[in-house]
Design a protein around this ligand. Structure first.
Ligand SMILES: Cc1ncc(COP(=O)(O)O)c(C=O)c1O
Length: 172
């Protein structure tokens, strides 16, 4: 595909003003260890580890092999009414390293989904323990909890960097 930079206007990215992005898009095409390369061959240090998802490095052979092996045996197990051996193995490893008392695991796909689940579980806990009106979630200004609706509503990142903002709320 030769006109990738031209096509970028049809693709929405997060946390970036789209017009600015379209004018000078960053299109990452390769990763190796802690470095990534864009389609023009420019190299960057991925200091955020792909937003904390590749903290063991890009192109990590052990991870690639484990992924291929899993895909060969089972590429998807319905999480609504089943689990699978790899999920059980991971849950066991997590409970072994977690602090005492944390002995149950809910596996999710990312941070926003984890925040959503924790809000739902906290609410459910209060409903089941007779405090149904205890449903408010308190978070901090400047905090980031994710891009899905519940996680976003708990997020305290201001949309505009003006301080104080239109409602007179000062920045942290
Ligand atoms: C503290 C925190 N919570 C939630 C999230 C959202 O995670 P995700 O992008 O995987 O949905 C992030 C992502 O950067 C985060 O740093």
């Amino acid at each position: 595909m030769t006109n990738m930079k031209e096509f970028v206007k049809h693709l929405i990215v997060d946390f970036t003003q789209m017009q600015e992005f379209i004018n000078d898009p960053l299109i990452v095409s390769e990763g190796n260890g802690l470095r990534i390369k864009d389609v023009d061959g420019k190299e960057y240090i991925d200091g955020l580890s792909g937003v904390f998802t590749v903290s063991l490095g890009h192109g990590n052979k052990k991870i690639l092999e484990a992924m291929v092996s899993q895909l060969k045996s089972l590429e998807f197990a319905p999480p609504l009414h089943a689990t699978n051996p790899s999920a059980i193995k991971l849950a066991k490893m997590l409970t072994e390293i977690a602090p005492k008392g944390f002995d149950t695991v809910k596996l999710l796909s990312g941070g926003s989904e984890a925040v959503e689940a924790s809000i739902k579980m906290a609410r459910q806990y209060h409903v089941q323990t007779g405090n149904a009106r205890k449903y408010k979630v308190i978070s901090m200004y400047g905090s980031y909890h994710g891009g899905t609706m519940g996680a976003l509503s708990a997020t305290g990142v201001l949309a505009t960097p003006k301080c104080p903002n239109a409602d007179g709320i000062a920045c942290p």
